[in-house]
Design a binder for this molecule. Structure first.
Ligand SMILES: [Zn+2]
Ligand SMILES: [Zn+2]
Length: 372
């Protein structure tokens, strides 16, 4: 094992042993799934089975405008796979899609986005802005559904990478057959616009970045009765995955408690996002250490100005390219520097990992807050 790699492993192990602060319990799953309860083609059972077969540890469903499956008691463990159920809200123009989790009932229909975000948050729900900047314009039959109601400041999270949106954005009349056949090959990266917006929001407050599969498994006829399914659930469950870092083992005997644990990690931003098509991202870590106090910080943490942080990271493979971004600008790149990055400057620090030419992992940020 190369020395640098050994050293990272040793530091990580030491942090875990001495501070007991690095979460050890990583749960990997898919967020934003549609079923026959709205416009998806899959039944709960088969969608869950697809997730189980791929080893996903959680599935968060979000059918359009209904929590019926939750009321029917479909949440819980299915083998090793934990199922949570929220729903997707939209406004009267079918824009401003919001994923709402941890709710017992739907909020009123037909109210403006700023109101539904407020009500979801007020009722204790977890509010995620879905596909914030969809722009696809090339095919009239697939209009975009962006978020426009930016006057709201209460949402908790932003879906920074949505498999279906990105696929649709890259779709044109000329490439569509290639795109149908290569759904995951067409995934490149979240848009710079979304990433910059996400970083700007985090200067002020914590806004968690999540991944979304937006799985529907729609059937599209191409010629008479020949068609394609865009995309089978199993294909999408091997695309944009969300990794949660839990501080305690999942309470498998208590599904409600276990769901609470997932949402606690989500709300805290102890989250990273990977493209499963590129590789297995389990084991990626990003953390920072304040040498003067000995404190260790994790993604999602916000640290007051005045600390001097040393940032550490561990990529799944030695030759993955890791870049530390500060306020959307690259400030450190592994391979150029073997020395850990150190900074006391206020800003939003997060990691992007590439493997070959492909975007692979996006961590949530550790933020040094500017003094007010
Ligand atoms: Zn949507
Ligand atoms: Zn959706």
């Amino acid at each position: 094992m190369p020395l640098a790699r050994w050293w990272v492993d040793w530091r990580l192990k030491r942090f875990i042993e001495t501070r007991n602060m690095i979460p050890l319990y990583e749960k990997v799953g898919a967020i934003h799934i549609h079923t026959v309860f709205s416009d998806g083609s899959g039944h709960y059972r088969e969608v869950i089975q697809a997730g189980q077969e791929l080893g996903l540890e959680f599935l968060l469903f979000s059918d359009h405008r209904t929590l019926t499956p939750k009321r029917q008691g479909r949440e819980g463990f299915y083998g090793e796979t934990l199922v949570g159920i929220g729903y997707e809200i939209n406004d009267q123009a079918n824009q401003n899609h919001l994923l709402a989790f941890e709710l017992e009932e739907e909020v009123e229909w037909g109210i403006p986005p700023i109101e539904y975000v407020h009500r979801v948050v007020n009722k204790g729900g977890f509010a995620v802005i879905a596909h914030p900047d969809e722009r696809r314009n090339s095919l009239p039959e697939f209009p975009p559904y962006p978020w426009t109601a930016w006057e709201t400041e209460e949402f908790h999270a932003l879906e920074i990478w949505n498999q279906l949106s990105e696929w649709m954005e890259r779709l044109t009349r000329w490439n569509k057959f290639w795109m149908y056949l290569n759904p995951r090959r067409s995934l490149v990266a979240p848009t710079p616009w979304t990433l910059e917006l996400w970083d700007r929001l985090n200067l002020k407050r914590r806004v968690v970045g999540t991944g979304g599969v937006d799985a529907h498994a729609h059937f599209y006829p191409l010629f008479s009765n020949v068609g394609v399914t865009i995309f089978p659930y199993k294909v999408q469950f091997r695309s944009i995955l969300t990794h949660l870092l839990l501080t305690e083992p999942l309470q498998t005997a208590d599904p409600k408690g276990a769901l609470k644990q997932l949402f606690t990690a989500l709300r805290a931003g102890r989250v990273f996002i990977s493209n499963r098509f590129v590789g297995e991202a389990r084991g990626f870590r990003f953390w920072a250490e304040d040498f003067s106090s000995g404190a260790v910080y994790l993604p999602g943490d916000r640290v007051p100005q005045g600390v001097d942080l040393q940032f550490h990271l561990k990529t799944p493979q030695e030759d993955d390219t890791a870049v530390i971004m500060m306020d959307s600008q690259p400030v450190w790149k592994r391979r150029e520097s073997a020395i850990p990055y150190r900074s006391a400057q206020p800003g939003v620090y997060r990691v992007e990992v590439h493997r070959g030419r492909r975007a692979f992992i996006y961590s949530n940020p550790i933020v040094i807050e500017a003094a007010p």
